[in-house]
Design a protein around this ligand. Structure first.
Ligand code: PLP
Length: 370
């Protein structure tokens, strides 16, 4: 055999860069504000449901392959039928199912940029053309620009955007989105990973007679403190869900994940209180950072995307310096070095006491460098 082992690897995989997840450091002293997890553990009822399931001694059996009870519970939350819902191992899995079902090298998609960096990575894995339309001022989505891009490339079959967007946090008004969906001749997927922190969901509209081409995806990772359990879903027209169901792995949600998601949905009152707390803390952090000269637009997510005040006495990028300074103080936030985001950092809304520690460290940073 001659040549390199890498010659066996598909060209599109060889040439792509993999997804870079936020750092997961196993140091209990770290204040972790870098990957938009919920700062609170799952509710007491979720923990009870999990331990009951473990006591039933059924983990040796496969789970329900269709996650039927969970489909029904999600559907009823949005006034829909279970035929409108597909479940997956995190929204990353349902996005993969979506790509397998609708996109390939001849059927591309459009995203605003910057947004969730997994979308172009999925494009690389499945050899799907991906077109980026830059965000406008204050991180607004350029909907007319997306329609122009669609007209330029007839191969595009889908538009994907997150609302609220990540990493920017800004929220597009539902009426705005719905009128875009009407004028968009291809499919639209709205990723609502961060919808529980002040936004209004379009799940009740996704795949209805009025909006048959609209799909919405959601996750239990951020809202319901279940990032470790990996539960995501898509709400869409039943004809599209029927096709997507053929493209998923057979048992794509574990028994314990199904149980915990169902229990979380039944404990909605408790979770609503937590959403309120996170929104209050976001307000507190926003006003404190503004007082200190940080620049940013409003976020309706469980994070804010901020630009530190310029460093007058020192060379270099203020955002990167702020990130490094905080990391030395064992506070982890997220810095994205690419051109469109390099002057900002993303800070997840943690517990109030964590945010107070971040502010103390921020004061030290400003004293040292400004
Ligand atoms: C916009 C967006 N969608 C989806 C996800 C991933 O969600 P999940 O944990 O369900 O895979 C993230 C995670 O950071 C995200 O930012």
């Amino acid at each position: 055999m001659s040549g390199s082992l890498k010659d066996f690897v598909l060209k599109n995989i060889r040439e792509m860069e993999g997804y870079t997840p936020g750092e997961q450091i196993n140091d209990p002293e770290i204040i972790k504000l870098n990957t938009n997890e919920n700062p609170f553990p799952p509710s007491r009822k979720v923990k009870e449901a999990l331990s009951n399931e473990i006591s039933r001694n059924r983990l040796q059996l496969y789970p329900d392959p269709a996650s039927y009870e969970l489909r029904k519970a999600i559907a009823s939350r949005f006034g829909r039928s279970e035929k409108n819902v597909i479940i997956g191992n995190g929204s990353d899995d349902v996005l993969t199912i979506l790509f397998r079902t609708f996109l390939n090298h001849e059927a591309g998609f459009i995203i605003p940029w910057p947004t969730y960096s997994l979308y172009p990575v999925l494009a690389g894995i499945q050899n799907v053309p991906c077109f980026k339309v830059p965000l406008k001022k204050e991180w607004k989505i350029n909907f007319p620009g997306i329609l122009e891009e669609l007209n330029r490339h007839s191969k595009n079959k889908m538009v994907i955007f997150a609302n609220p967007n990540a990493p920017t946090g800004n929220f597009e008004e539902p009426n705005h989105v719905l009128s875009f969906v009407k004028s968009n001749p291809v499919l639209t997927l709205v990723d609502e990973a961060y919808i529980s922190f002040g936004g209004k969901s379009l799940m009740p509209d996704a795949g209805t007679d009025d909006y048959p081409r609209l799909m919405a995806c959601g996750t239990f990772s951020k809202s319901h403190s279940l990032a470790g359990q990996r539960i995501g879903y898509i709400v869409a027209h039943e004809d599209l869900i029927f096709e997507m169901d053929k493209a998923r792995d057979s048992y794509n949600l574990s028994r314990l994940s199904q149980i915990s998601a169902l229990a979380a949905l039944e404990d909605e009152e408790e979770y609503q209180k937590r959403f309120e707390t996170i929104m209050q803390t976001r307000k507190f952090l926003s006003s404190e950072l503004r007082k200190r000269g940080f620049d940013f637009s409003e976020s309706l997510a469980n994070f804010i995307f901020v630009s530190p005040p310029g460093l007058s006495r020192h060379e270099g990028n203020a955002a990167e310096k702020y990130y490094t300074f905080l990391k030395e103080k064992k506070i982890l936030i997220r810095y994205f070095s690419e051109t469109s985001t390099q002057n900002h950092v993303r800070i997840t809304i943690g517990k109030k006491e964590e945010i107070e520690k971040l502010l103390e460290a921020t004061d030290l940073f400003l004293k040292k460098f400004l």
